[in-house]
Design a protein around this ligand. Structure first.
Ligand code: SF4
Length: 408
């Protein structure tokens, strides 16, 4: 089956839960929300998330009424939804038909069974966009340049990658979290950025600031500042405590950081919400949460500014494509890297066997199949050399499995 055929499958529908919702709705003109929930064995929250995504894609409509003094919600496929589902099913049927056809073609002839020559059939698929982004690359270059001229301390982790940090350490770079404990005359703010308050603390410690903040993090700061100045209550979608999120929020008098629907449920009502996101959050999830916030506070104005960075979007999209086509996916990146963790989550939606590795030695023999497709993607802190080394390790394991008397 041509990889292009798989790519043509509608990505909105091609997810276990949403496919179940679409196929149930396809069988009736409309279905009550509660019936749908019970039929599919989903929780309210889970079904709401799927319905929201399908509604945003124009595939499902939702109608609310009151019956016997109780709210009654029904869902139905729109005309666009029926058309998309029909096309999706037709494409799937084609895939199944072709698989059956090739199965038939390869049925062994029982009167003439002999071993086929061994063929290395594991295909490696690298994501189109993967690995280190320009923001991290520039920050590393700046650190190398600075330390060549004078001693330098980096405040926090420049990147979530041990290989890169070891290299900088060998060049004489020191690492410290607290500016008061820095013994060099210069300190670097990482690509993740910092609040004005944090910068002031660095200056108060008598240090010269080398600023490696990524321009796209600067952009996020600017947008958050503008929202607050325009009177919006700022909500940042991201991980509480992550260095970038701390930088985005520390200067605000009041704000909330949310990562899921539960966090949004806990928010107080405000007339105006201004929403921005940590630059490495998956944009599809961010949009879902923005919609959820609006649904939770229908009377409030919700203004969303998209601050997810382009390299993250590209890596997320490429990871989806690779995971969709793969039997196994390796995601290469640091253990503390948020965007690597998000890539693992994204790949898990499309592939059942996803493994997060930091280095070649982490690749386990039992993960590597003899045949099929193995996808590789990597977070924005991962250098090319680490990705290449992981790929080489996969080839080594796969090659080591080849029977000695057969050739590839
Ligand atoms: S992940 Fe995005 S925001 Fe962060 S350093 Fe890279 S390009 Fe900049």
């Amino acid at each position: 089956m041509n990889a292009e055929t798989f790519q043509r499958l509608d990505k909105v529908i091609h997810e276990k839960g949403r496919m179940a919702v679409m196929s149930t709705l396809a069988a009736a003109p409309e279905v009550a929300f509660t019936e749908l929930r019970d039929a599919l064995g989903m929780t309210d929250g889970n079904l709401t998330t799927h319905i929201r995504k399908l509604k945003n894609s124009g595939y499902v409509s939702v109608a609310k009424s009151v019956q016997d003094n109780r709210p009654h919600t029904t869902c139905a496929l729109t005309a666009a939804g029926r058309k998309a589902f029909g096309e999706y099913v037709a494409l799937l049927a084609g895939i199944v038909k072709e698989a059956r056809w090739s199965e038939k073609k390869t049925q062994p002839n029982e009167s003439f069974i002999q071993p086929l020559p061994y063929k290395a059939e594991l295909t490696l698929l690298r994501a189109e966009h993967l690995g280190m982004c320009f923001g991290v690359r520039d920050a590393i270059t700046m650190a190398r340049h600075e330390v060549a001229a004078q001693p330098l301390t980096i405040l926090g982790e420049l990147v979530h990658n041990d290989t890169v940090l070891d290299d900088l350490g060998q060049r004489g770079v020191q690492f410290e979290n607290d500016p008061k404990r820095v013994v060099t005359s210069a300190a670097m703010i990482t690509a993740h950025g910092a609040s004005d308050k944090a910068r002031a603390r660095v200056r108060a410690a008598g240090l010269r600031v080398a600023d490696a903040t990524c321009p796209l993090v600067h952009f996020a700061h600017e947008q958050v500042r503008k929202l607050a100045a325009a009177g919006f209550h700022v909500v940042v979608i991201g991980r509480k405590g992550h260095v970038e999120v701390r930088g985005l929020t520390e200067d605000l008098d009041e704000c909330n950081v949310v990562l899921n629907e539960k966090d949004i449920d806990a928010l107080k009502a405000r007339p105006h919400f201004g929403v921005a996101a940590q630059t490495t959050q998956p944009i599809s999830r961010v949009r879902e949460l923005v919609d959820y916030l609006q649904a939770r506070f229908p009377k409030s104005e919700v203004r969303f500014v998209d601050t997810v960075c382009q390299p993250t979007k590209q890596r997320q999209e490429s990871a989806e494509e690779v995971a969709f086509q793969s039997d196994v996916v390796l995601v290469v990146g640091g253990a503390n890297s948020n965007n690597t963790a998000e890539l693992v989550r994204t790949c898990g939606k499309y592939c059942d066997s996803v493994h997060h590795v930091q280095k070649p030695d982490d690749v386990r023999t039992e993960w590597i199949p003899e045949t099929g497709t193995l996808g590789i993607t990597a977070g924005t802190s991962t250098p090319d050399e680490t990705i290449d080394a992981v790929e080489a390790r996969v080839r080594e394991i796969n090659g080591a499995r080849r029977p000695a008397h057969r050739t590839a």
